[in-house]
Design a binder for this molecule. Sequence first.
Ligand SMILES: NC(=O)c1ccc[n+]([C@@H]2O[C@H](COP(=O)([O-])OP(=O)(O)OC[C@H]3O[C@@H](n4cnc5c(N)ncnc54)[C@H](OP(=O)(O)O)[C@@H]3O)[C@@H](O)[C@H]2O)c1
Length: 291
Amino acid sequence: MHAATVTAGDCEARELRFPLQFRIPIRLYIGLTRPTRVTILGQELAGEIAGVGRNVTRFKVGDAVFSATYFRFSAYAEYACLPEAYPRLKPANLTYEEAAALPTGGINAMHFVRKAGIRPGERLSINGAGGSIGTCAIQIARHFGAEVVAVDSAGKLDLLRSLGADRVIDYTRQDFTRLGETFDAIIDVAGTSPFSRSLNVLTAQGRYVLGNPRISSMLRGRWASLTTGKRVIFEMAAYRDDDYDTLLKLVEAGVVKSVIDRRYPLSQTAEAHRYVESGQKKGNVIITMDR
Ligand SMILES: NC(=O)c1ccc[n+]([C@@H]2O[C@H](COP(=O)([O-])OP(=O)(O)OC[C@H]3O[C@@H](n4cnc5c(N)ncnc54)[C@H](OP(=O)(O)O)[C@@H]3O)[C@@H](O)[C@H]2O)c1
């Protein structure tokens, strides 16, 4: 392995900081009182194939790949063992570090933008636009012709502009649902946009994508989808082949780039987690394995 990442999701997994509906099943999976079944965290990586099983046909030793590890975790290590279905060949124009950041940021962004059903010229608000998912979502949504209003904290706004956001909003100073403006779609990556007000600022056929849904917003969302022309969507990314194909085409064409903030060697992974938890992370934080 050459690179892994520290995402918000890794910190949440380490602390078992999940919405209520996931807490018990994940605790049972990871270990009831302490992590016993999962002892190495890390959910995405990039590296070279060092060995393949007897029945593997898609990869050979030496192939450069990147991969999500899903609930196997295990990316913070020099080697990982994954099913053949997980990795994808690394685009030649990306470094290992850039490729390692693609599964969480790129695929979830691709999924959320697709679910938002963006058409050219539509107005989209991305709440929590400065992280792993948001930085990719801005680039993808702009490519599909959206006018993007990107919401995050002040220190990230220049980055969001440089990624193509038409307008940026510092959520500590302004609430995007109180601007007196409407949106065709909202992608709430951070999981903090106020439910009723977000629904109110959507156009009649607007779509509200919940990236980090709570049970209450899922129930209210189901009701709103049934009783209004608006749709509330809270489907998790399934890491579909067509999302990978579209994302990789955009990456290879240079339309979507992974944003890398800091790099930490494997031995300083705890420090990397502390930095991510500080909230300062812009885009992605990388763990490097180079020996
Ligand atoms: N549903 C799914 O399938 C799925 C998949 C992957 C991840 N997720 C979840 O989605 C969330 C985001 O993932 P990520 O990797 O993009 O996280 P991330 O890299 O930490 O980005 C989240 C961004 O949201 C900003 N933020 C925090 N509070 C905010 C607020 N009140 N208003 C607007 N922005 C705010 C943060 O900035 P500051 O810290 O500066 O405030 C940060 O830039 C995580 O909780 C993750 O677990 C969901």
